[in-house]
Design a protein around this ligand. Structure first.
Ligand SMILES: [Zn+2]
Length: 235
């Protein structure tokens, strides 16, 4: 590649699609250099049919209204003992490399997960949860925050590109509300945090906690007009 008269040799990590418009270089925590290219690709008009709600959480990074989920463990859990050991022995380079590895892995998993969702969706709605309200340790918090905001960002631009509607909604009461009858019969408070499955006392529907929340989020999304200008899909 030729840039400002200088020649650079690159490894192709991903196929370049469309016409290259601009680019830059960036460096990760391990000191590796990356070339980022902005390409112009024609907007695809292929749209799925599902209105998908996503509940972002601790146990699963994301649980969808259709039951698909992305488990936290896939990101970094197996790297945690290694990281703790490297930190204890003050091996700075190793600490850096483990952080970079987990970040790369997270990015890759989130790309694939968001791609699959956008491909089958007509509308995607995500809750506005923040990690600080949900966890005590700093490591867990920063990992969650980074994962959630990265996932939201990927969904936003992939939806925009594919012509799929995207919305973020206030997720208050989405766990408590029964997605079948609308009653506030679900788990509440600190004790409620450990309840994974519950039965609605009003209508008898059985719920997976996070999937029920995701269904409520999907419904809220359909009641919310889209800021991106895509017309609402028939509600
Ligand atoms: Zn109910």
């Amino acid at each position: 590649m030729l840039l400002r008269g200088q020649r650079f040799r690159l490894w192709l990590h991903r196929t370049v699609e469309g016409r290259i418009k601009s680019g830059n270089f960036s460096q990760d925590a391990r000191g590796r250099w990356y070339c980022n290219l902005v390409c112009e690709v024609p907007r695809s008009q292929r749209r799925g049919r599902d209105d998908i709600g996503i509940d972002l959480g601790l146990k699963s990074v994301a649980k969808c209204s259709d039951g698909t989920e992305l488990e936290q463990a896939r990101f970094y859990r197996d790297l945690e003992p290694k990281l703790a050991e490297a930190q204890r022995k003050r091996r700075k380079r190793q600490v850096k490399s483990i952080h970079a590895k987990s970040a790369n892995r997270r990015k890759d998993v989130l790309h694939k997960f968001s791609r699959a969702l956008v491909d089958r969706a007509r509308k995607i709605t995500v809750g506005d949860v923040s990690a600080s309200a949900m966890t005590k340790t700093r490591m867990a918090k920063s990992v969650l925050d980074a994962g959630w905001s990265m996932l939201r960002g990927m969904l936003r631009y992939k939806c925009d590109h594919a012509g799929v509607a995207y919305a973020e909604v206030n997720e208050a009461n989405t766990t408590r509300t029964c997605s079948s009858c609308g009653c506030l019969s679900g788990p509440t408070g600190l004790i409620g945090l450990s309840v994974r499955r519950w039965t609605c006392s009003e209508c008898g529907a059985e719920h997976d906690r996070d999937q029920n929340a995701a269904r409520n989020i999907a419904r809220l999304g359909c009641e919310t007009p889209c800021p991106s200008g895509h017309e609402s899909p028939g509600f």
